[in-house]
Design a protein around this ligand. Structure first.
Ligand SMILES: [Zn+2]
Ligand SMILES: [Zn+2]
Length: 253
């Protein structure tokens, strides 16, 4: 029984780490350039996202930028308005893969992230990253705990990522005029991504909490990184996209 509890703790811990890498590095950093990173920070994030999610960064960035460029149109890779939120929740991975494997799409939306030598020889092998990640867990915690933790992590990470695209465009508050929604509970389990209405309103802002009562866990990672000069936040102020007017007065502090 104790090994199940330990596996649960390790699995949830790994997902939280992967969620931080996803929101801080892939999303706010590479996709929207709201944060820039020092070279070593960049390398650490890239290794962690490869081991924990097997993601090719240029593919993730391309799919996500396409989502912003075509939100809620037939060209949106994962739109609950077009496909229904349940379909996006269940098929998010398949929808992601379809857009990620479209080379025309990747070339168009991730021009700035052309594959490097490291990508070609190492990071483009997603399955290798995932296998090494699982092997590392088994080495650290024993095969039984490691394997179960990896299983828990994969399910939690996939469900959380799907929820941002599905639930985060369907249920919740919409303080700004866009289809994303704010759900604090979802933000807690996705390192801040659940404040998705705020994000669509101000995509270039590194901080996703716009009001005093909103909590963005990702921001609590970004801040110490900036103190240590490992990362730099591009905009010090909240900058709303031109089309975005608050539906209710917002305190941007
Ligand atoms: Zn969205
Ligand atoms: Zn975004």
């Amino acid at each position: 029984m104790r090994y199940i509890l330990l596996a649960l703790l390790v699995g949830v811990g790994v997902t939280n780490l992967a969620n931080v890498c996803t929101t801080v590095y892939l999303h706010r950093g590479l996709s929207h350039r709201a944060i820039t990173f020092s070279k070593p920070t960049h390398a650490v994030f890239k290794i962690l996202i490869w081991l924990s999610a097997g993601i090719k960064v240029r593919e993730w960035v391309a799919v996500h930028r396409k989502h912003h460029a075509h939100t809620d149109t037939p060209d949106d890779p994962h739109s609950p308005a077009i496909s229904g939120w349940k379909t996006v929740q269940i098929k998010n991975l398949a929808m992601y893969r379809k857009a990620a494997h479209d080379q025309v799409n990747v070339d168009k939306y991730a021009k700035d992230l052309a594959p490097t030598k490291w990508d070609r020889y190492l990071f483009d092998y997603s399955a290798l990253g995932l296998l090494l990640g699982a092997a590392l867990l088994m080495l650290l915690f024993g095969w039984r705990v490691g394997l179960l933790a990896a299983f828990i992590h994969v399910n939690y990470y996939l469900a959380g990522s799907a929820a941002v695209n599905a639930i985060g465009h369907h249920f919740g508050r919409r303080p700004y005029a866009n289809s994303g929604t704010n759900l604090q509970w979802l933000a807690f389990v996705t390192a801040g991504e659940g404040l998705h209405n705020n994000h669509h309103a101000a995509p270039t802002s590194a901080k996703l909490a716009h009001r005093w009562y909103e909590i963005d866990p990702g921001w609590f990672v970004i801040k110490p990184l900036t103190w240590m000069r490992l990362a730099k936040v591009r905009l010090s102020e909240l900058r709303l996209a031109p089309s975005q007017t608050p539906n209710t007065p917002a305190n941007a502090a």
